[in-house]
Design a protein around this ligand. Sequence first.
Ligand code: SF4
Ligand code: SF4
Length: 328
Amino acid sequence: MNRIEEADLGDLIRTSGFYKFGATRLPLDEAYLSYFSSWISQGNHADMQWLEKNYRARRSGTAVLPNARSVLVLLAPSSPRNPAECPPKPSGPGEMRIADFALGVDYHNVLRAAAEPIAQRLREVFPLSLWRICIDSAPLFERAAAFASGLGFIGRNSMLIDPDSPYGSRFYIVCIIGTADLKIDRYMEAEWIVDKQKRHCGDCRLCIDSCPGGALSFGQMFDACRCVSYMTIEKRGEMTPEEHERAGDRLFGCDTCQDVCPYNAIAPITPFLDLRENVRTKAYVPANAFDASKMTRGEFRRQFSDSSLWRAGITKLRKRTEFFRKKK
Ligand code: SF4
Ligand code: SF4
């Protein structure tokens, strides 16, 4: 029995709301870095220059924690509603959709709080070691760490998918990096990414054919420049008229490549109550919901300052809704 099992970490992880976990050593294979380097050098990351920063250290996690040696990877169910209600439908014409991850409280806050007792237990089990929680924003190949830990395969929609559970890709990945060695039961080499995708995606191409931006293609890298999620959330400058057209009724983000994936058909609702639909907003809102006559900046702050919608800012949301209404 290793020290993690002795510490009943598995029980603590599950009672904290995470449904599955794995661990892997750091640094990750050089091949994970090569893949990311090619993706960056081809300009697939659009104007997200922060992805270039420290990108070599993403393999080792050392920009987060010098002397990092291992990472515990946790999967937190993310679906904000029951499977029978997926995908959500508008209640009337002219409504616009907000991506699932933005319907509740900002998941970074919720999951950091849930993971902190686990990080604390690791600090106790491995005295003198350091452990840090990473959720999306740290320079670390989190998806690659989850793959290397044997938690799933990377689908043609570029998401990590767990084929052995009903959750599909409806989860958030939370990493806890540490300076101690965790016992590693299995390690997936980067070269298995392609094989595993072929085996589990098979002949399916639903995500490729449904992608409104044309960001996905067979055997090619995901092109963030053409992804509606990037355009409506991350893009620094104005969206072009063509990008507005491609976005359709999507106001903030895009869930299409997850909505159509068969692996997600029966994903259970998240146990994290703060991440559920309607905690901050419903999925479809009237296209005038953010107009000055309906919501002042102060009201936007009160309702959304702890939500992922806050990142976009009300000005960006208003521009998107204005374009959508003019096209109607
Ligand atoms: S989020 Fe939307 S636009 Fe981006 S890859 Fe998925 S389906 Fe395509
Ligand atoms: S929709 Fe089909 S091709 Fe795309 S990730 Fe899911 S199983 Fe793979």
